[in-house]
Design a protein around this ligand. Structure first.
Ligand code: ATP
Ligand code: MG
Ligand code: MG
Length: 585
């Protein structure tokens, strides 16, 4: 495999190793379980697991689950599945492992147990994920510590007043009237917050930093808020929950993370990340935060909040709808983990936001499937041909190539019979100039079979074409002397009797504009024609199709079996992608 090109984060990691600042690199991928993972997350996964992989380090999958109101186990499960899918066979050996129970490396911080967890390299992906909510007890102890150090206080301002007191980037903030509370009073109130004595929003725990700091995040940010709501992982043990900026840095510390990599919107949070860790005067090496730009592919939405709206408004059938940019949607569509990784890694790691051309992703997907997919014949919009010089019941076996990209391509037998189907637009009664497919008195080659000539067009009472009667030139069969006779057109076909009917779903882009995320109302730029369903005729071998198989229907595109709606005898195929880009904006 080609080496991953270096980038500014990998350069930092290499320099840290060279300087002996770390013995082992530990990264993490920290999704909030409030939605399904999307293609943007794949970039973060590949960066974090990639760095671990290249340096014999580990990467923890950690649920950043501090906001129970929007989170759910459904998301925990789907994220776990999707991460495993994406890294399987590539970086599963780097997955950070969470040992059960106490660990010999456990140390103590200021007399309290510190559940330091050494990362263990695994040969399989069976490791348990980490949960920030597993650290709630420790985070609470650290908060007590901050209060004792005079670095945190309980504030009774309402959410609205807190906002007003914060000021604006142009205007310095004002100290909260509760800022001067004594340590004893703060300890008492914070313990009572935990005990459930106060209603939602009545009080909060805030860091005591600087209400005039130019960086708004340092103006006494909230560390804890009261939320009387059960937690999907921690149960009903808590009614105060830590905020992201407080929980994240400490979770990183507790897991021994060396490089905490996130996206650019967190640049302004970095001083707060460092402030929390430094204020606690922790004994071990501190993690450091580094930021890179988000991946935003053209024509896609990469925001869980907006993707949820697509699901809730039934614009799509679910998070795993094959038109969704979610990992479960891309997988169901037939895109492989290899192609996803190749695309997101190829997009590079930078410090400035830019739209990534969707053509790049489509190119990677086609390249991947071109090597992988076996070729098959299938007709999406069939029209019947009767080969009048082939007897009823006669079967002419033809050899068809499975994959010309293989080193030694294999073949299979396909049946040519009296009745076959061709694509209805491979026939024109009144052909435009330079039309080389089937036309009155014209000849065309049926791929792998031979040349046919159109003799007669049969129509019903309404004038609709019901069948085309042709003669088959037997001298052009494989192995016959005329097999290399030239005609200008070659088309695909299937036997009418030795084929199966199947539902085929043809997808187009979900949005009509390249930056749907920048629209005022992205729901207004949904492509109304993003799904077309046809009943296709496919060569009979496709009755045996498996979920993991990939097919190229010759001249049409790449296809995969649908993992949800397909059943034996009632197959549903998704078109992963067309053979060539036919898209005009
Ligand atoms: P969303 O806006 O979709 O909810 P998020 O950043 O809030 O995204 P998280 O669950 O916090 O979602 O994401 C987990 C990790 O993935 C974070 O480190 C985040 O920075 C990263 N990430 C999220 N979106 C992208 C993206 N488009 N490109 C690269 N990394 C991303
Ligand atoms: Mg987030
Ligand atoms: Mg979010």
């Amino acid at each position: 495999a080609p080496a991953t090109p270096t980038d500014f984060i990998r350069d930092i990691v290499a320099a840290d190793l060279a300087a002996g600042r770390h013995q082992k690199i530990v990264t993490r991928f920290p999704p909030e379980p409030n939605g399904y993972l999307h293609i943007g997350h794949a970039k973060s996964i590949c960066l974090n697991f990639g760095i671990a992989r290249e340096n014999n380090g580990t990467c923890n999958l950690r649920f950043d689950d501090t906001n129970p109101a929007k989170e759910d186990v459904e998301y925990v499960d789907s994220i776990t599945t999707d991460v495993q899918w994406l890294i399987a066979g590539w970086a599963d050996q780097c997955l950070g492992f969470k040992p059960k129970g106490s660990h010999p490396d456990a140390q103590s911080v200021n007399g309290r147990p510190d559940h330091y967890r050494a990362s263990i390299t695994l040969g399989s992906s069976a490791a348990e994920p980490f949960f920030a909510s597993d650290y709630f007890e420790q985070l609470y102890s650290y908060a007590i510590e901050l209060i004792k150090k005079g670095k945190a206080y309980v504030c009774d301002l309402s959410a609205e007043d807190t906002e007003t007191y914060r000021g604006s980037p142009e205007k310095p903030g004002k100290d909260s009237p509760f800022r001067t509370r004594s340590v004893e009073e703060n300890l008492d109130l914070f313990q009572r917050m935990r005990a459930g004595e106060f209603p939602n929003g009545a009080r909060s725990l805030r860091a005591k930093i600087d209400m005039t700091a130019p960086n708004m995040w340092l103006r006494d940010p909230l560390l804890y808020r009261i939320r009387h709501v059960a937690h999907h992982h921690a149960g009903d043990k808590w009614c105060i929950y830590p905020l992201y900026d407080y929980a994240h840095c400490l979770s990183d510390y507790l897991e021994g993370i060396t490089h905490s990599i996130c996206t650019l919107e967190f640049v302004d949070h970095r001083p707060l990340y460092d402030w929390v860790l430094e204020s606690l005067e922790l004994p071990r090496a501190l993690p450091h935060q580094y930021e890179f730009s988000k991946l935003i592919p053209g024509y896609m939405i990469v925001s869980k909040r907006k993707l949820l709206q697509l699901v809730e408004n039934n614009v799509v059938t679910g998070w795993d709808d094959p038109r969704m940019p979610t990992l479960s949607g891309l997988r169901r569509r037939g895109i492989t983990a290899t192609a996803v990784r190749k695309f997101v890694i190829g997009a590079g790691v930078t410090k400035f936001d830019a739209l990534t051309d969707i053509a790049v992703m489509e190119h990677v997907v086609r390249e991947d499937l071109n090597t992988l997919a076996v070729r098959r014949l299938g007709v999406l919009r069939p029209i019947k041909i009767v080969l009048t010089n082939i007897a009823e019941g006669e079967v002419i076996e033809c050899n068809a190539t499975n994959n010309p990209q293989d080193e030694t391509p294999t073949t299979r037998k396909i049946a040519l019979t009296r009745e076959v189907f061709i694509e209805s637009d491979d026939f024109a009664e009144v052909p435009p100039p330079k039309y080389f497919r089937l036309k009155p008195d014209g000849e065309v080659r049926l791929k792998y079979a031979g040349i046919i000539k159109l003799d007669e067009i049969v129509k019903d009472a309404t004038g609709a074409v019901t069948e085309l009667r042709c003669t088959f030139d037997r001298t052009t069969l494989q192995g016959e002397p005329g097999s290399d006779r030239k005609v200008k057109g070659t088309i695909h076909w299937v036997s009418a009797t030795q084929s199966i009917a199947a539902e085929v779903r043809i997808y187009d882009r979900l949005f009509t504009v390249s930056e749907p995320g920048s629209e005022e109302d992205f729901l207004k730029v949904v492509n109304p024609q993003s799904l077309e369903v046809v009943t296709a005729r496919l060569e009979s071998s496709l009755a045996e199709a498996k979920l993991e198989d990939r097919f190229q229907l010759e001249r049409i595109g790449y296809f995969a079996l649908d993992s949800k709606d397909s059943a034996p005898g009632k197959l549903v195929f998704n078109r992963t992608i067309s053979l060539k880009d036919a898209w005009t904006p």
